[in-house]
Structures are given as C-alpha cells and as structure tokens.
Ligand binder design. Structure first.
Ligand code: 5AD
Ligand code: SF4
Length: 445
C-alpha cells in the first residue's frame, strides 16, 4: 500500500544524549526538506522512534510504542525506527511489527529522505550501513533552531568492549569528528543563540584530532579552542571513560573559565574482581586517583556516574564494595541500573547470572545511598551565589528553570526574565532533585 507524502513529523528519542543529538539533526534535516514539526505523534504523518538498545526494557518499549501508533480508524502514520534498536535488529523489526515502514541505523539517518521515498511507494526501507562517508558531511548546517543549550557530538562509537555492553556493536568503532567541523558547528550554534554546548561522545574524552596548525590535540585542546568563541559561556562534556582521562583534561578544569565544574565518570562497580570481568580496564584505585587529581584543581567539582548492579557473579561482598566506592567518591547525582543481559555480548553467556530479587534489593540500597548523597550535595550549595542559564518555563506563573554550573536544576520566579537569559542567583533552598533561587542580578549578554 502506498503512503501519502508526509508533511508533519514527530521524533521521539529514547536513551542517551547522543540520541537526543541525532534526533535534533534529523529534525533539522526534515525541516530543511520543507516538513514541519508536529506537537505529538497523533498530529504527525511521519513518526520517528529514535531507539536505545542498552537494556532489554528499552527494546520492549519500542514494540509497545509502535503498537500504540495505530490510530482509531486502523490507519497508522509512516513509521521509522531509528537508533540502536534499528541497528541491532534490522529487518527483524518490520517482520515483528509490520506497520514499520523504515528502519534506519545511527550512521545512516542522513538518508532518511530517500528512505521515505521508498516507503511512499509501499516498500519497506532499510539502511543499517556504517558508510565510510560520514553523515555529518551531508547533514544541513546547524544553528537555525539553536536553543540556549545545545549538544554537539564530537566522537562516536566505542572500542572498549565492556563485556555487558552493546554499544561497540550498534555504534561501531570509535571515530573522532574533525577539529574544523566541530569548531564551525559550535560557532553556528552560538550564532543561532546557544550559550552552553555539551560535547557528546560514547567516550567523549577519547576524542583526538589535528588542529588548524596540524598539531594533535585531545579533548582539552578542543575545549580550549571552543572557550575562545565569543558568546559561548558554558562548556560541558559527557560521557567519559576513566582510562581516557588525561592530565591535560584534568588541568583544563582548573583554568578554563567556561568549562563547567561537572564530571560524568562512570565506574560501574566498586569491586576490582567485577571490573575485571566487565573488561573495564581500570581499577577502584585508579578511578579514585583521578577524582583526587580533579578535586585538587577544582575542589567544587560535581561528580556523576553510572553503576550496574547484579553483573554475573557479583557477590554480596562485591556489592558492598560498590557501596564503599560510592561513599569514597561522593556523587552529586548518578544513574544506576540492574544488569540486563544483551544478546551477543560476552557477559550474557557467563555463569552465575544474578536472581532478579537480589538485583532489586541491591539496586534499592544503592539508590538510597546515591539519593542521600545527591540531597546532601544540593543542601551544601544553599547560600552560594552563582550564575544560572535559564532553559525552560516552569509550571507556575513566571517560573523559569535553569541549571547551575554543577548541573542542578534550579527554579526561580521572575516575570521579567526569559529563556536564554543568564542571571546571578542566590541558592535559597534545596530539595532532593532541585533547588530554588533568588535573583541577585542579571548578567551581561
Ligand atoms: N545492563 C545494564 N546497564 C547497562 N549499561 C550498559 N549496558 C548495560 C547492560 N547490559 C549502563 C552502563 C552505562 C550506561 C549508559 O548504561 O552503566 O554506563
Ligand atoms: Fe559500553 Fe563500555 Fe563502551 Fe561505555 S565504554 S559504551 S559501557 S563498551
């Protein structure tokens, strides 16, 4: 059956910030093609589900979401499944969910318009290639739809092969985007109104490339170059791997004014035995040493992390060691997950898979400790005067929500301010998940 030419699209991104970035790029490309963004999937005639494959639940959710796109009259919009589930499952998706028209992997989404042509003629369209020509060379230039905070993917893929993780299979090998492309993209974002840029990569601190003079640079060199862009007030980066944390990057936290005091550095487990089985190639000691170095140059740095509980073979003792590293490291926020066996990864075939009820109990204990640390961190910032970049409207009249340098959400009420403003506030109150501030003064643009 042929499908009408779609005019309005809706993109739903799941999972990590890399997917949010890809979603933004797809959106810019579709707008460039003359389409408009719909408020929600009901109002759209093209729905893109930009999926995540990192845990099993995420995959199940995609199939239930596809089911829910069917309209009351039995019709459905043109449906594209993008992202890592598309890459991993390929043709299987339209076999299992026949209403799916397009399956497109994370390295091929610049071909979405061509795939839509195929779908219009009633055929299933599939592209999960990882082509040599980068999608970044083909996508339209940025900046037109820039918001105060923007993402910029600098690095993709992963060569680390942690034994639980699908990323090296779905996102492919580590590649760094070229220096000049990144500097140009950052300038276009700032010209379009971005004041904060978050550099993204599965292993963002593994980024390397030649600068305009032909000198090899690491992420710290790139950050120093972006710091010179007038109008760019804040730089962040995520996600980092402990083994790629260079002295240069640590030093940059001490002397680059626009580099925010926040570090997302996953450790996954506090047991050296489990870290080895995970193939993390760092130890508890080496992780804590990085934190010591970081805190020596930037004592107020806020630390975030990722944890997995219930990795195969994890004993009570191993788990106690995870609680211990949390106490030693002290997090301002963190993500924690139950281990989820992913097909094709080495850990999925390991002996001693952990019972679900044991994982539940461990996750609860870990999250209770992490929540306690987050609340304590928030409380400890009360009384500080700091700058806030306002990002979105709050629920109350005149309420705006922004982020502190330490990536905490902060609410203020001020009818004469608007999104994109940077203001100086005093942190007045702290809750477990957010802060309330009072305006000190408005900062120069
Ligand atoms: N099961 C549970 N959590 C996982 N992660 C990655 N793979 C798995 C898995 N198989 C978590 C890690 C990673 C984050 C993005 O997702 O903590 O850092
Ligand atoms: Fe996955 Fe490990 Fe690579 Fe992170 S470093 S993307 S957890 S394989």
């Amino acid at each position: 059956m042929t499908k009408a030419d779609p005019k309005k699209f809706h993109i739903k991104s799941f999972g990590c910030q890399m997917n949010v970035y890809d979603g933004e790029r797809m959106s810019e490309m579709l707008v460039d093609q003359g389409m408009t963004a719909a408020e929600n999937s009901e109002a759209a005639d093209l729905v893109v589900l930009n999926t995540c494959h990192i845990r099993e639940k995420a995959v199940d959710k995609v199939y239930s979401d596809i089911g829910r796109l069917r309209r009351k009259d039995g019709s459905s919009p043109m449906i594209a499944v993008a992202g890592c589930v598309a890459q991993a499952e390929g043709k299987e998706i339209s076999r299992r969910a026949p209403s799916v028209d397009i399956v497109v992997g994370p390295q091929a989404y610049h071909r979405l318009p061509e795939l839509m042509e195929t779908a219009k003629s009633g055929k299933k369209a599939l592209d999960t290639d990882m082509p040599a020509i980068s999608k970044f060379d083909i996508l339209p230039t940025r900046g037109k739809q820039a918001r105060p905070t923007a993402f910029l993917t600098v690095q993709e893929g992963c060569d680390k092969f942690c034994t639980y993780c699908v990323v090296p299979y779905t996102r492919g090998a580590e590649i760094s985007r070229p220096w000049s492309d990144l500097v140009d993209e950052a300038k276009a974002l700032v010209d379009g109104g971005a004041r904060e840029i978050t550099l993204l990569g599965q292993n963002v601190n593994a980024w390397s490339g030649e600068d305009e003079k032909g000198n090899m640079q690491g992420l710290d060199g790139l950050i120093r170059a972006l710091d010179r862009i007038p109008g760019l007030k804040r730089i962040r980066y995520m996600t980092s791997h402990p083994n790629d944390m260079t002295d240069g990057l640590v030093a940059a936290h001490g002397d680059v004014g626009s580099l925010m005091p926040f570090l997302h550095l996953p450790v996954q487990s506090g047991s050296d035995r489990i870290l080895k089985a995970m193939n993390r190639s760092h130890s508890v000691r080496s992780y804590l040493t990085i934190l010591e170095q970081m805190r020596a140059v930037r004592p107020d740095i806020a630390l975030s992390g990722d944890f997995i509980v219930g990795f195969p073979g994890e004993t009570d003792q191993d788990f106690e060691e995870t609680l211990q590293i949390v106490r030693d490291a002290n997090y301002s926020q963190a993500f924690s997950f139950k281990y989820s066996p992913r097909p094709g990864t080495p850990a999925s075939g390991m002996d001693d898979q952990i019972a679900p009820e044991v994982m539940d109990e461990r996750l609860q204990r870990l999250q209770a400790l992490l929540n306690e640390q987050q609340y304590a961190f928030n409380q400890q910032t009360v009384g500080r005067t700091t700058d806030i970049l306002l990002e979105r409207q709050g629920k109350l009249d005149g309420q705006l929500i922004g982020k502190t340098p330490w990536l905490q959400s902060l609410h203020i009420i001020s009818p004469d301010l608007k999104i994109g403003d940077m203001v100086e506030v005093e942190i007045a109150r702290a809750g477990p998940n957010s802060l309330t501030g009072e305006i000190k003064e408005r900062m120069a643009a």
